[in-house]
Structure formats: C-alpha cells, structure tokens
Design a binder for this molecule. Structure first.
Ligand code: FES
Ligand code: FE2
Length: 405
C-alpha cells in the first residue's frame, strides 16, 4: 500500500476499487470472442456522420470486420437514414461493391442494386425489382426478400447502429446522461475533416487506453506538445457505461513561435486560450481558464473530444484479439482567410504528429503483454477513465449488465 497515495477520483468513485487490472483481457482470444458476442454485437456503435451522406440518395458502406458483415447506410427520400446488411437476398453477394473500409456512393433514385444479377432495393430496404422475376417459383415473393435491416439511430449528427435485432434499448437510453452532456455542441458547423486510419497490431483496449489519460503527455508528446498539457484530469464524471473529463493546459506553457502564431490566428489548436462560445453548459462547468478540451468516451469504442472551434474523435474497431483498426478524425470550420487556412494546417499537422506518437506505443505494449511477464497493470488515480473502462467491460462479460430491455 502506498501510504502517500492521493486519490481524488478513487475517493469519488470507490466502487471501482484500487486493485491492479489483469492484462488477460488484452491478450486472450477467448475474452475477445466474448467481447464480440456480449458487447460489440449488442450495443450501439457509431458508424458515421450525417454529413457524410448529406443528400437524399447518398449512401455509405462501412465494413465491420468483427461482425463479418458490412452495413449500408442510406439517406432515403423521406429524409431518414436507414441501415442494412450489405447482403443480397438472391444468392448472398455484397449488394454494393466495397472499395475499402468505407465506401461512398449516390443513387439519384435512392436505390441500390446488386451487380451480380441486378436485384434492386429501395432506401427502405424493400426489394423493388428482380430481373426475370417470372422465372422464380410461385412461392417467391419480393415483399419477403428485402435487405436485412440493422437498427439505426442518429444522435447529434452521429449515426449509430445496433446489430442486435432483438434488443430493445434505444440509442437515447444507451447514451443516457452522456447524450445530454455533449448535446447542443455545434458538431455540424465544423465541416472540414482530416482523417487518418490504420490497422494496429494491438487489442482494441490497448489502443483505447493509450488515448484515455494525460499521464503520458510529458513523455510521449515531449516533441509535439512540450510542457503544454497537465497530466491530471479535471471534472471527471462517470456516466453509466460512459465517462468524461477535461484535459487542461499547464499554466507555464511556452509554445514555439509557429505554434503560438497558429493558436492566435484560429482556435484550431488545442493549446489556444479562447472565449467560451460553443461548449455545452455541462462541459467545463466552472469555466476553468486552463481548460483545453473535453475528453469523452462513449462505451465501448469511441472517444469524442470537443473544444472551441475544433472537435476530434478516435475510434477503435476490433479485428482480432491483437488487431485493431484505429480511425482518427479532426474537424474544423471552413477557413475564411489564407492565414486561417495556414493555422489550421499547422494545428492539424501538430495533431497528426501527436497521434503518430500515441499509436507508436500500442504495438509494443501488445507484444510485451503477450509475453505474459506481467499479469497485471497498475493504474494511478489520473488513469481513472481506463479503470472505469475495465469495470464496465467486466460487467458486460459477467452478464451483470442489463443492456437488453
Ligand atoms: S446475388 Fe445479388 S442479384 Fe444475385
Ligand atoms: Fe496522446
């Protein structure tokens, strides 16, 4: 026992305990299978933004390796966004040919057609045309052979799906207080998106955990953000399965000249001090002047960060127990001047460098954990978001979580 321990968050949330966390959940193929079955196949998962399919007839196909499927999200003529498995009712071909992890397209008539034999489905998933229909048997009926729907709902412009066709929990219920916490932030006003993604040879939680604390900033980000961010979190709130906190600036940061100039021209930099204009009331509730950005985790696999003039996400898609697709996205308003554009580019490159620094640790952590030389990891008080993540995970895996209404 560390007799000098100072536990701000541990004292606030004693139910999480203080014990070291077993590393098994990051290296076990068996636990990975359980996570897919009990979590990723049951809960709401963010798969897109409405701006990506802004017009009627726009569609997006998102591959979900863990579920061995891909989902078609289509913007119907009635304005609804609906989701379907990308599987044709005829002989099971993919209706839309995928050109990568994400595929985008547009159909003026808001229909999708399978390229194999030309079956056509409308944006409600109904099968509307079958070439040579008369040659199918009398018991074949178009109305019974639409696309397989996937529950799809939108929150603040984020498109979520739930692969559990039997589940009764709505997205609003799933998000709970977190849904209100970030509500009203003007996500859609930041139209410019810089996106990066790659497959990392690590468990999805190893990737998640590396982004869910500020303890590593002084070491890992000594190059990109020297002496900029405080290691301690502020305003930690555990909100059911989800969690949130503020990451703050050190008071004595001395940004390099170019970073200083970029920060002064636009709020696109996280190191910039700004006037409060866009943040929802529950974010930085006490108007701390050292506030940099809110770090919110929506269980299981997305981090949403918001601040004035910029928001960004990290998402972690499980592929296997030691493979994860990481997606980083950084959103900014359209620049109005060339100098703003320069400042945004600068901020983006700084952020990209930081993300390279972050992702550089993950594969090393995974391979070291797989040696099993260490059976547990030790979390300090400021790593409370990670501790909460394992707490919620355990509840799902042990069946103590009632996510099916
Ligand atoms: S498999 Fe799609 S039309 Fe034949
Ligand atoms: Fe980091």
């Amino acid at each position: 026992m560390n007799s000098t321990a100072q536990l701000r968050w541990g004292n606030l949330y004693p139910e999480l305990g203080q014990d070291p966390i077993p590393t098994e959940a990051c290296i076990s193929p068996k636990i990975f299978e359980q996570e897919i079955e009990k979590i990723f196949s049951k809960v709401w998962l963010k798969v897109g933004r409405v701006e990506e399919i802004a017009n009627k007839g726009d569609y997006k196909v998102k591959r979900l390796d863990f579920a061995k499927t891909s989902v078609i999200l289509i913007h119907a003529k009635d304005g609804q966004v609906r989701g379907f498995h990308n599987v044709c009712s005829h002989r099971g071909n993919k209706v839309i040919v995928e050109t990568g992890d994400e595929t985008f397209g547009h159909s003026k008539a808001a229909v999708v057609s399978c390229r194999f034999h030309g079956w056509v489905y409308d944006a409600k998933g109904d099968l509307v045309n079958v070439p040579e229909e008369e040659k199918f048997s009398a018991c074949f009926e178009k109305k019974n052979n639409g696309l397989t729907p996937i529950r799809t709902e939108v929150w603040e412009g984020f498109i979520f799906i739930n692969l559990d066709a039997e589940g009764g929990q709505s997205l609003t219920e799933f998000l709970g207080t977190m849904g209100q916490h970030l509500a009203s932030y003007p996500f859609a006003e930041m139209e410019e998106c810089f996106a990066y993604n790659t497959v990392l040879n690590c468990n999805w939680k190893v990737a998640h955990d590396a982004f869910a604390e500020a303890y590593h900033v002084a070491t890992i980000h000594a190059g990109s953000f020297p002496n900029v961010f405080a290691s301690g979190l502020q305003d930690v709130q555990l909100l059911g399965d989800h969690r949130t906190c503020a990451v703050c600036l050190t008071k004595n940061a001395h940004p390099k000249p170019a970073a200083k100039l970029s920060g002064e021209i636009t709020g696109a930099s996280l190191v910039h001090h700004y006037q409060r204009q866009q943040l929802p009331p529950s974010v930085n509730p006490h108007d701390r002047d050292d506030f940099s950005f809110e770090l919110s985790v929506i269980f299981p696999n997305i981090l949403i960060h918001v601040t004035e003039g910029v928001w960004f996400t990290h998402q972690f898609w499980p592929i296997s127990h030691n493979q994860t697709r990481w997606e980083g996205r950084y959103y900014l308003p359209k620049a109005k001047t060339y100098s703003e554009r320069w400042a945004q580019e600068f901020a983006q490159i700084l952020q990209r460098n930081a993300w390279l620094e972050d992702t550089a640790t993950m594969e090393d952590t995974q391979s070291a954990l797989e040696s099993q030389a260490k059976k547990v990891m030790h979390l300090q008080d400021e790593e409370i978001l990670i501790r909460h993540g394992y707490h919620v995970l355990e509840q799902y895996l042990n069946g103590r979580k009632e996510h099916i209404a």
